[in-house]
Design a protein around this ligand. Structure first.
Ligand SMILES: *Cc1c(COP(=O)(O)O)cnc(C)c1O
Length: 387
């Protein structure tokens, strides 16, 4: 994907939500590091009254984030999971929630180990099935369907249009975790989704220095409900983090273009190395859902998964020997990371489920950064030379 052909996203990244401040015309939004605001008359605040309810730096960030998904509204949270929790709080005891089966480990943990205790039933299903099969999943008490595409860590593609069509027929909301694609590479609202969620900790923040989350949506009623949940439950993000995110967003489109270009080059190089039994990247024509990915995404993003031949010890040694790739959880930063899902990000997924999904000891997930692609490939070659 060329940064110049992304339908104005690069321009929105630089400008949306940011206007010169009205005291000194500062070009960047100031960090309003305050908890409260002085009122001249009881109960008649000038603009804001208390910072859990509102903060100008956060408002600017929300406006910028809404523009990225071309949504009417965005609501930011102190973490991606706080944003997921806010959506979950739309459900009531007795409700049923559909979840794609290889969902982010932390999302599954929140559903299985916290909200299941509140008599909400979470059913983990394969959402890559055909339309007829999809329709059978929905029940009268289904509150929402939660999906992530590309999935983590196996990078399967779920047809957002097909799921939202089936959900809408059943009167059910569709929520898409768009973290892996970023707003630059995929626009779920335009494909029929009701709510988009991001862990802004990843590509949107992009520099591995902030934890945050957000929701983007168009529906006014739903927006009012979620805004109330944010205010009532209190998981707001700090003004400094809002400022840093505004700064990060300015380069999001150009970062994503390089992540994608590097990921494709990296995945293609790994395919040619016999040490890897499988290389998974939606931008490879060999990916079983390449055509769907091409149709529903504006780009293939920067995550590559691969299986290395050999037992766990071999895989562990390989990851330790990488010099540019750091062995760490998380993804989406400018620096390249490698992760071992079975023992790290997906350790909380029940083992039986991991087996079904194929999250075994040979699987690694690479978050390809914006370094020189040749250097990244050479790093893999040198780590394999001890193989
Ligand atoms: C990281 C991540 C989350 C959780 O976000 P936090 O900011 O860590 O709370 C949710 N979904 C996906 C796909 C993620 O990668």
């Amino acid at each position: 994907m060329a940064a110049s052909s992304n339908h104005g996203q690069s321009t929105r990244c630089v400008h949306a939500g940011v206007v010169p401040d009205n005291t000194h015309q500062a070009i960047m939004t100031p960090i309003f590091q305050t908890s409260t605001y002085v009122q001249n008359y009881p109960g008649k605040p000038k603009t804001y009254d208390y910072a859990r309810a509102g903060n100008p730096t956060r408002d600017a960030l929300e406006e910028s984030l809404a523009a990225l998904e071309q949504a009417a509204h965005a609501i930011t949270f102190s973490s991606g999971l706080a944003a997921i929790q806010a959506v979950t709080q739309l459900a009531r005891p007795g409700d049923h929630v559909l979840v794609c089966d290889d969902v982010y480990g932390g999302t599954g943990r929140l559903f299985r180990q916290i909200y299941a205790h509140y008599n909400i039933e979470f059913e983990f299903v394969d959402l890559t099935v055909d339309a007829d099969h999809l329709a059978t999943y929905f029940r009268t008490n289904t509150r929402f369907v939660w999906l992530e595409t590309p999935t983590n860590p196996l990078l399967r593609i779920i047809d957002i249009k097909a799921v939202t069509r089936a959900a809408r027929q059943a009167g059910v909301l569709t929520v898409v975790d768009n973290t892996f694609a970023s707003p630059i590479m995929q626009s779920p609202l335009s494909l029929g989704a009701d709510i988009v969620m991001h862990s802004v900790t990843k590509y949107i923040g992009g520099h591995s220095d902030i934890i945050g989350g957000c929701l983007m949506l168009n529906d006014e009623t739903l927006y009012g409900q979620l805004r109330f949940i944010q205010f009532a439950c209190g998981a707001v993000n700090a003004p400094l983090d809002c400022f840093l995110l505004l700064r990060s967003i300015k380069t999001l489109a150009i970062r994503m273009a390089v992540h994608e270009q590097n990921a494709l080059q990296f995945a293609t190089a790994l395919q040619a190395m016999p040490a890897f039994s499988e290389v998974i990247y939606p931008g490879l024509p060999e990916h079983p859902q390449y055509l769907l990915a091409k149709r529903q995404m504006q780009g293939f993003s920067g995550i590559v998964s691969a299986r290395l031949n050999g037992p766990f010890e071999t895989v562990a040694r390989f990851m330790q020997r990488l010099k540019i790739f750091s062995l760490a959880e998380s993804l989406g930063g400018v620096e390249s990371l490698v992760n071992h899902p079975q023992t790290m990000t997906h350790a909380s997924v029940p083992e039986s489920q991991r087996k079904v999904l194929g999250i075994s000891c040979d699987l690694m997930r690479f978050s390809v950064g914006i370094e020189n692609a040749e250097d990244l490939i050479t790093d893999v070659e040198q780590a394999l030379s001890h193989y």
